[in-house]
Design a protein around this ligand. Structure first.
Ligand code: R5P
Length: 296
């Protein structure tokens, strides 16, 4: 029986990309507020006995989590065989430790919520730093698909003579994977973060940038400070204008424009979060992950 794709409001574009790649039907959902602010949800598709794939981009998650949880519960209540979550961007992963006394480790709490609501999860390159895998915190099968192949294809097609630059140690997983696929050099810098917007990055090895176009790659661009500090180092020393590539276009406030103003030639992102900088499509990888999960 065909699976049913359902979009939590805001993820319709991802659903459409998946529908084109999977043998799945798209079901209609209604999510609205009652006059008192409480939520009404309805699924207008036959889901009994079928696999339901709920798609929910989890950037700016506060308004999306309750609709997601209620739709997942409704699908189960209506007799769905299994309910899975496709979250191209998985939020809360950066709060993976108690950095200061009294803080909540929200990556764990959110994993608990999702694990109770659905039977499986597929996501794109979650921020794995202090957690080494999603299995440490998710109690359901949680599969990760990677953006590096699509990023590598884009860099190969658009950037002559690139040198990949990772602004911090965690970014090595992306820069190394992209560099290996296109046979380009790479270097990884060191970052110190003292606060949300207070970041310093070690200077790049300028000699290894000579004659190349720097391509900065990181998983998340949020305030943009990590990328901005790296771009500044390069521009001060007259290196070619760098291209900034982010997997997840979180872009807090004016981060995108500030990054361009700091001297980035282009800012390019994957379509895990809808944004006008999206140039790299990761739908093939996402569909492959969903297909594998549905077949299991
Ligand atoms: C953290 O280590 C991530 O990999 C990114 O480097 C970070 O989230 C970027 O944040 P921002 O854009 O706020 O500097």
């Amino acid at each position: 029986m065909q699976s049913v794709l359902l979009s939590v409001p805001g993820s319709e574009a991802t659903v459409e990309r998946l529908r084109a790649r999977l043998d799945a039907e798209v079901g209609a959902v209604t999510v609205r507020h009652f006059p008192d602010g409480e939520l009404y949800v309805r699924i207008d598709a036959p889901v009994a006995g079928r696999d339901v794939v709920l798609v929910c981009g989890l950037d700016r998650p506060a308004d999306k989590i309750l609709p997601f949880l209620f739709l997942a519960a409704t699908a189960r209540d209506l007799g769905a065989r299994r309910v899975g979550l496709v979250a191209p961007y998985l939020s809360f992963m950066r709060q993976d430790s108690r950095f200061h006394p009294g803080e909540g480790i929200t990556s764990t709490y959110f994993a608990g919520l999702v694990s109770g609501a659905v039977d499986w999860l597929v996501t794109v390159d979650p921020h794995l730093h202090r957690w080494s895998s999603l299995a440490e915190i998710y109690k359901i099968p949680a599969d990760v698909v990677h953006a590096a192949p699509a990023i590598a294809d884009w860099v190969k097609r658009h950037v002559p003579s690139p040198v990949l630059v990772g602004p911090d140690a965690e970014s090595e997983q992306w820069v190394a994977a992209v560099a290996a696929r296109i046979d380009a050099p790479y270097q990884v810098l060191e970052k110190t973060r003292r606060g949300d917007r207070d970041v310093s990055v070690s200077p790049p090895d300028l000699a290894r940038c000579n004659g190349h176009t720097p391509v900065l790659v990181d998983d998340i661009i949020s305030t943009g400070r990590t990328m901005i500090e790296t771009v500044r180092h390069l521009r001060v020393h007259g290196v070619r204008e760098p291209i900034c590539v982010g997997v997840h276009a979180v872009f807090a406030e004016r981060a995108h424009d500030e990054l361009l103003a700091a001297g980035a030639a282009r800012v390019v992102t994957c379509n895990t979060i809808e944004h006008h900088s999206n140039r790299i499509c990761v739908a093939d990888a996402l569909a492959e992950g969903v297909r594998a999960r549905l077949a299991s």
